[in-house]
Design a protein around this ligand. Structure first.
Ligand code: HEC
Ligand code: HEC
Ligand code: HEC
Ligand code: HEC
Length: 505
């Protein structure tokens, strides 16, 4: 209780200094607010996963949080960049991959993506429970209820009626004090492994980024043996950040190589691949803003003045929509000029990214051709290792979407490195193809989503049909059950399921 009051009090104080003037009316307003907050009970443990339960105490944060719903556009990135289907052949991402939208949609987009398949019960489907991990405050609730290892065991569908509230208050805040908090134990483990201070020992400014790092980071599923409460030995897929060697792409590549880790074997080239997830926190850390101490929240959750009250805008979105509050407190250039600079950075990234994707896609297809003609694993080993490293660096540099702005030099460096390694692999491939009389081989056309997915062996229509069946049956049952169990208020799903890459209502 006390620390919550202190927190609100100090924020009101900062607001007052910022405004430099204090009118009598606003003092009274503040006083009234203090009194109201004084009577505020903590958000009940059973309800903390439901963000609407926080509304009555924090109406401004709640209503701005809810506006993440406004960022609803879906962009089918495989349609836009068909090479992606080749690069991810044999892996879920070749089926369906869209640009990110507001936090409001995190759970629904996870349910809708063709990657999570069409389970028919709590034991079927392609994905493990770990796929829910960065979508919902229900996840820490389940980790507490079932134990962390148990949470990370079994199929994704197992928690369909449990993980139903999208990224919300309890993901980033302690429900008793409202202070910033991390709700996933693997973050502290990763910080410790990297030799960094844990969340508790970090500065306040660093915490304003670390709450985002819970989800906007690189991770893999670490197979972990444990004995369950029922006495049976099981294997958990525990979300783990590969930070023990350091937080750069090269450090993590070494980490994965040293433990011989692969996410999948590429369907066309048989290369042992690593999928970069979304190392947004790590790559942003190398950029000028982070190095000058600017936190994620400074740009994505700018302070907003409402009457005398100052609060953090919880409508996390593209900060170019809020430049007056996100950028202008620090920059003197005009908004137009800054926007132009950002656009230039985007175009430079696109240029190198296109070349990298083209080289990588061709390297996979040329390797596939060499195999067809009889090339041996020995002949292809160095080539496959090259493809693994080149694709990791390409993926790492762009997977978090904002990196071209957060850390332009690092992004371009990684893309240059991806291109260099992919080119070296293709030079080696020329020799192998020559040996098998195919020096004139040129990769088949992958310039449309249809062609690329065909080459990647993705049965798109079949996947969509199964998914629609799942949506009409099991998914509906999940929400019904969730309401019965008290996990979900149906109103919080309003307008959440209007669109995906394969349907529009
Ligand atoms: C993705 C993380 C995240 C989520 C989700 C989130 N917050 Fe916050 N919240 C923050 C950050 C970062 C701050 C800034 C804290 C600071 O600097 O002390 C903040 C600040 C606050 C504050 C302090 C006053 C202020 O506005 O700066 C309150 C109260 C608060 N949030 C309530 C909520 C409520 C209620 C929800 C759910 C409707 C919510 N938050 C969801 C990250 C989050
Ligand atoms: C509990 C996990 C989680 C946390 C914590 C989290 N995010 Fe996210 N974030 C996501 C997911 C998942 C998506 C993609 C949602 C979708 O596409 O449906 C996303 C999307 C975004 C987007 C894209 C929004 C848009 O409108 O396109 C931005 C920007 C973003 N997050 C920034 C942040 C920042 C800044 C923080 C910390 C203050 C943060 N996130 C904390 C999981 C999280
Ligand atoms: C200096 C301001 C600034 C800081 C600090 C910052 N961002 Fe961003 N971020 C941006 C801008 C601007 C964009 C949008 C670029 C574009 O696509 O036009 C962006 C884009 C993003 C996106 C992609 C959104 C999308 O829809 O494509 C995510 C996710 C994101 N940021 C998360 C983070 C996280 C996590 C942090 C902290 C580790 C962070 N940002 C720090 C300014 C910032
Ligand atoms: C808290 C202060 C702060 C905020 C907020 C901030 N910046 Fe910056 N920005 C800096 C600092 C510091 C630098 C480093 C250059 C310097 O020291 O002058 C910088 C550098 C830049 C650069 C040049 C660096 C490069 O990578 O080429 C651009 C472009 C930029 N900022 C755009 C933005 C945009 C767009 C936003 C809002 C989305 C924003 N900044 C928000 C402080 C800030």
């Amino acid at each position: 209780m006390k620390s919550k009051l202190l927190l609100i009090g100090s924020l009101a104080g900062i607001g007052a200094i910022g405004a430099m003037t204090l009118m009598a009316g606003s003092i009274n307003e503040k006083e009234a607010e203090r009194v109201a907050l004084n009577q505020t009970p903590v958000v009940a443990e059973v309800d903390k996963n439901k963000s609407e339960e926080w509304e009555r105490y924090y109406p401004r944060q709640y209503s701005s949080w809810k506006k993440t719903k406004e960022s609803s556009d879906i962009e089918d990135l495989i349609e836009k960049k068909p090479q992606l289907a080749i690069l991810w052949a044999g892996y879920g991402f070749a089926k369906d991959y869209n640009s990110p939208r507001g936090h409001y949609y995190a759970v629904q987009d996870n349910v809708n993506t063709l990657r999570t398949g069409a389970p028919i019960d709590d034991k079927s489907g392609p994905m493990p429970t770990a796929c829910w991990t960065c979508k919902s405050p229900d996840v820490p609730r389940l980790m507490e209820r079932d134990g962390e290892n148990e949470y990370f065991t079994g199929k994704w569908s197992r928690y369909g009626s449990e993980v139903v509230n999208s990224v919300g208050c309890a993901d980033c805040h302690d429900s008793e004090t409202a202070e910033l908090a991390i709700s996933r134990p693997y973050v502290d483990r990763a910080l410790l492994a990297a030799g960094l201070p844990t969340f508790k020992d970090s500065t306040h400014q660093e915490k304003r980024s670390l709450v985002c790092a819970q989800c906007h980071s690189e991770y893999y599923f670490k197979k972990t043996r444990y004995v369950g409460k029922d006495g049976i030995e099981k294997t958990a897929n525990v979300v783990t950040f590969p930070w023990a060697e350091g937080l750069t792409a090269e450090n993590m590549e070494k980490y994965y190589d040293d433990i011989n880790f692969k996410d999948w074997t590429h369907k066309i080239s048989k290369a042992p691949m690593i999928k970069a997830q979304h190392p947004g926190y790590e790559i942003a850390s190398t950029g000028i803003h982070a190095q000058k101490g600017v936190a994620c929240a400074d740009c994505h959750m700018p302070y907003t003045q409402e009457g005398a009250v100052k609060y953090s805008d919880h409508q996390i979105q593209n900060p170019l929509n809020t430049m007056d509050r996100s950028c202008m407190p620090c920059h003197r250039e005009s908004e137009e000029k800054l926007k132009g600079i950002v656009k230039q950075k985007f175009d430079r990234k696109e240029f190198l990214m296109e070349i990298a994707m083209d080289n990588l896609a061709k390297a996979h297809l040329e390797t596939g051709k060499a195999m067809e003609l009889g090339a041996t694993d020995d002949e292809l080993e160095a080539i496959r290792t090259g493809i693994r490293h080149a694709q990791w660096r390409w993926d790492y540099s762009i997977a978090s979407h904002g990196s071209f702005f957060h850390a332009p030099e690092e992004t371009l460096k990684l893309l240059a490195s991806a291109n260099e390694i992919a080119q070296q692999s293709r030079l080696k491939l020329v020799r192998v193809l020559a040996k098998y009389d195919a020096i004139n081989f040129s990769a088949p056309d992958f310039s449309t989503k249809e062609n690329a997915q065909k080459l990647a062996g993705v049965p798109l229509q079949k996947l969509i049909d199964a998914k629609m069946e799942f949506k009409a049956t099991l998914e509906k049952a999940w929400y019904k059950e969730a309401v019965q169990k008290g996990n979900l208020n149906m109103e919080s799903r309003e307008g959440v399921d209007e669109e995906s890459s394969y349907f529009k209502k």
